[in-house]
Write a protein that binds this ligand. Structure first.
Ligand code: BV8
Length: 239
């Protein structure tokens, strides 16, 4: 591939699975509550769910934010960070994930289209800010002082993903689109392969097993991201 080629990489929960973060729709796709119950991501990941039961939704996200302290980037995150550092052409890593493992591996040409666990958003003053602790105990907004108005800075179902114009421009200019560790179940991310292909990009899927979108890709490689991604980055960097 030309060394000035433009690459767009889309990642999903599968790239973080080997770091110990559960995916959404595998056999572990239900989220357990303390009393042994379970609920689906689609049931707690909506503005309506937050209005209906903010404590449950905060509990869900506070638990996932705390879990970030116990996990580390895996070889797939590290390989993408190496590509980010060494690839001379344009590169954009678009992650659906809300963990910070891409950043912690060193990636910088990165955007979180579904938000981030370590960010809070004030419904009173609209400020967004880095956030490490819980939100369930209704802390005051550091910007405006309003109490109990902070929500997770997460894109829920029915909400517009972040930076869509920047993503669409990158897809239109891409020579190569690579999808890693996503089931192709959630839009608009699941439609990116078709947008890139329509603009002339070659398309590659790296996933544990075929996804809902595999038929749209020029090439599909099945296996764990921790093996496939470092091998692919070696190929691309030509060494
Ligand atoms: C919007 C928040 C419009 C963060 C998430 C009907 C048809 C089409 C679309 C819709 C429809 N009805 C509604 C919609 C739109 C809806 C949607 O797509 N619904 C789906 C369920 C049908 N989408 C939306 O609402 C989006 N917004 O459309 O806005 C709009 C227009 C105008 C004005 C306003 C709005 C917003 C979608 C974002 C929702 N937020 N999460 C969080 O809590 O984490 S979605 C959630 O799913 C996560 O973000 C996650 O990233 C995302 C996708 O899941 P995956 O990452 O793919 O994870 P999954 O578990 O599914 O798959 C893991 C994969 O990894 C598997 O394939 C597995 O094989 C693989 N794997 C596992 N282990 C490994 C591995 N691969 C490699 N190595 C391994 N070791």
């Amino acid at each position: 591939m030309r060394s000035d080629a433009a690459i767009v990489v889309l990642t999903g929960a599968g790239i973080s699975a080997e770091s110990g973060i559960p995916t959404f729709r595998g056999e572990d796709g239900l989220w357990e509550t303390e009393d042994g119950g379970a609920y689906r991501i689609e049931d707690v990941c909506t503005p309506e769910a937050f209005r209906r039961d903010p404590a449950l939704v905060h509990h869900f996200y506070d638990g996932r934010r705390r879990a970030l302290r116990t996990v580390s980037p895996n070889p797939a995150h590290q390989a993408l960070a190496r590509l980010d550092r060494d690839w001379p052409g344009d590169l954009l890593i678009v992650t659906q994930n809300v963990d910070d493992l891409h950043e912690r591996a060193g990636a910088t040409r990165l955007l979180h289209m579904h938000g981030a666990l370590r960010s809070a958003w004030c419904a009173a003053c609209d400020a967004r800010m880095p956030w490490e602790g819980d939100l369930g105990d209704a802390p005051a907004c550091p910007s405006c002082g309003a109490g109990g108005r902070l929500r997770p800075d997460i894109v829920w179902f029915g909400e517009m993903p972040y930076e869509m114009e920047r993503i669409e421009a990158a897809l239109a200019a891409a020579d190569l689109f690579v999808s890693i560790g996503t089931s192709g179940a959630v839009y608009p991310a699941a439609g990116f392969v078709r947008m890139a292909a329509a603009c002339g990009a070659r398309t590659l899927e790296l996933n544990l097993d075929p996804s809902a979108g595999s038929a749209w890709f020029d090439e599909v490689r099945s296996g764990p991201a921790g093996l496939l991604v470092p091998a692919w980055v070696e190929e691309v960097l030509g060494r």
